[in-house]
Design a protein around this ligand. Structure first.
Ligand code: URA
Length: 431
């Protein structure tokens, strides 16, 4: 068998065997497949699809391509949550301290932002001194001691995905259901979480544009996880407009802390607590209503805020930084309504605007400016008048491209647009 044979079979729309897929992924991991061959395989898969069996084989082979994260000592139920990526989606930074304060251990491996989407690790690094490159021993120790740790998976976990994702990113082959499902689930299965909640985004700022596409991706990932013996939960949620009001690292961390201090309630807080309650209900085998009560209680009592401070301090930051806002960049530009009408907001455009201001990265490894960002002053569907402030952009000065992109993110219409539901569907957790 050769790599060429496997690509040729996929090109001819044949269903690949476990051996063919295993061989291909092993060559991706050991460098035996060139980037052009990986690109050809990904494009053939994007165009011709995969059966569910092929997707299972691909996930298994990618999981097996590297090391697995060791299960921390001390027992307990471990929870994980993964979002397929969006704009102003800081749910992890809310649900992890909520759950940990309620005794559900969160050993959370997160990623960095790419293109228009933000990444949890970048946001966490807004806290001065905080480290996300924890060694396996540090990670396990912190989970056992504090109840939660949020860090990057080491280079040794799922190397096949790292290589394939880098090629997909530059060859327009990210938005394939089998490739996303195997990429996400291979990383999740290399870890030890007992309960995994997937937040699969649809809409303007997401890889999946319709809720139906997102639902079929969610269903496939749930089946992959269940086949591996994990308790799977999924939510299909809307990413037409940003989830919260802050876009950019410090802006999002400030919003998270304001929510945990009980100063703010919005779609971001509601979705985070919704996810937390579903995980808690599954972990403790309690009714969802009871879990919701406990999750909201952890927020109201200040226990979740205290827990976030403990996580920040355990990873090298200062616990007191959760109590007051982090600084934003020195230049403020107000984006105003160009006329009267009902507001439509593009999450994609605002994510790109933030990246152009310096708050995101075009290539893996690029630096990110934590203090630049955008604060929304209005939400989609609001009736606005000419000249009203829609958003504030915080810049380092001379940021024409980012400001122009931010201005282009807002459109006005005579009729109120019909909002698509924030939560389109959920899977699991009702039994
Ligand atoms: N997130 C991932 O980890 N992989 C994908 O393919 C898409 C989103």
């Amino acid at each position: 068998m050769t790599v060429y044979d496997v690509i040729d079979a996929k090109k001819k729309k044949r269903a690949l065997t476990a051996e063919q897929i295993g061989y291909f992924v092993a060559r991706v991991a050991d460098g035996g497949a060139t980037d052009s061959q990986i690109a050809a395989f990904c494009m053939a898969t994007l165009l011709n699809g995969m059966t569910e069996e092929e997707c299972f084989y691909l996930t298994d082979a990618m999981t097996e391509s590297g090391e697995r994260s060791p299960r921390p000592a001390g027992g307990g139920v471990f929870a994980d949550k993964h979002s397929t990526g969006g704009v102003s989606d800081s749910t992890t930074l809310i649900l992890v301290p909520v759950l940990a304060s309620l005794g559900v251990k969160c050993a959370k491996y997160s990623g960095r932002g790419l293109a228009h989407t933000g990444g949890t690790l970048d946001k966490l690094e807004s806290f001065a001194g905080l480290r996300v490159d924890l060694s396996p021993a540090e990670f396990e120790g912190q989970v056992a001691r504090v109840g939660a740790a949020i860090a990057g998976q080491t280079e040794k976990v799922d190397p096949a995905d790292k290589h394939m994702y880098a090629v997909r990113d530059v060859t327009a082959t990210v938005d394939s259901v089998p490739l996303i499902a195997s990429s996400v689930m291979s990383k999740k299965l290399a870890s030890f979480a007992d309960i995994i909640l997937l937040d699969v985004k649809y809409g303007d700022g997401a890889f999946m544009h319709t809720p139906e596409e997102a639902l079929s991706l969610a269903q496939l990932m749930v089946r992959i996880g269940e086949r591996a013996g994990r308790k799977m939960l999924a939510s299909v949620t809307c990413m037409d407009e940003p989830l919260g009001d802050g876009i950019g690292c410090n802006a999002e961390v400030n919003e998270v802390c304001a929510i945990l201090r009980g100063e703010k309630e919005n779609d971001l807080s509601r979705l985070s607590l919704d996810h937390a309650a579903r995980i808690l209900a599954a972990a403790e085998r309690i009714p969802l209503e009871e879990a919701e009560g406990r999750a909201y209680g952890a927020l109201r009592s200040g226990a979740a805020l205290k827990k976030l401070g403990e996580i920040v301090a355990a990873q090298g930051g200062r616990a007191e930084d959760v109590l007051s806002p982090l600084p934003m960049a020195e230049h403020k530009v107000v984006v105003r309504a160009a006329g009267d009408g009902y507001l439509r907001i593009s999450a994609l455009a605002l994510g790109r605007a933030c990246a152009a201001l310096g708050g995101g990265r075009a290539r893996e490894g690029d630096p990110v400016d934590h203090a630049v960002g955008i604060l929304l002053k209005k939400r989609q569907g609001d009736l606005v008048r000419r000249g009203e402030a829609l958003a504030e952009a915080y810049t380092r000065g001379g940021a024409e491209e980012g400001i122009a992109l931010a201005e282009g993110a807002f459109a006005l219409s005579d009729q109120k647009i019909k909002d698509r539901p924030l939560v389109f569907a959920t899977i699991g957790g009702k039994e």
